[in-house]
Design a protein around this ligand. Sequence first.
Ligand SMILES: [Zn+2]
Length: 193
Amino acid sequence: MAMTVRSWVPAEEAKPAPMPLLLVQSFVNTWDGDRGSDLLLDPTAAWAWLTQAGLWTAERAPEPAELQLARSVREAIRAMLVANSGGPQPAPGDLRPLLAVAQASRPALQVSLGGQVSLGPDPADRPDAGVLTLLLVIRDAQRDGIWQRLKACGNPDCRWAFYDRSHSGVGAWCDMATCGNRIKNRRLRQRQR
Ligand SMILES: [Zn+2]
C-alpha cells in the first residue's frame, strides 16, 4: 500500500491515528517534551507547519497572540488525551481555549462539485479560525467511537500523543521500550527505597 507522505506528521510517529484524526495527533505533537522543541513558538516555523497542515491560510505569519492561542488549544487537547489514557478529567479551566475557538468562529457548510458535504472554517473568517478544523475532527472521532484511542503517553515528561491500536484499548505508552520501561523502572526504584 502506498503511503502518502505528509510533511506535517513527525517522522518518528510510531503509532499514527487514521486520517483525519492524524491531524489532531500531529498538532498535539508539535510540542516534543523529549527534545524540548516546540513548532508553534517561532512565527516562521509555525507559519510553515500550520500552512502545510492546512490550519492556516493567510499570506502572513501568525501574530504572537495567535500563536499563543494555538499553543493553549494544543494543551487543552492534550488534557483531553490524558483523560483518554485513564488520567484525570480536564479541570474546568483546561478546556477554556477550546471554548474560545468554538465561540469565536462559525463553521461553514460546503458542498463540493462531487456532492461531498463538509463542514469547515469559513474561508472569510480570521486566519486562526483554522484551528476550528481540529474541533470538527474531534467531534467526528467522538461520533465514530475512535476518539478514546487517541491518548497521551503515561510518562508525565513525555505526554506524546499516540493512537492506541491494541485490541484491548489499554495501551498507556507512546513506546513501551522507552517510556513504558522508564516509568516501570522508576516505580520499582521508588518501591525499593
Ligand atoms: Zn512517551
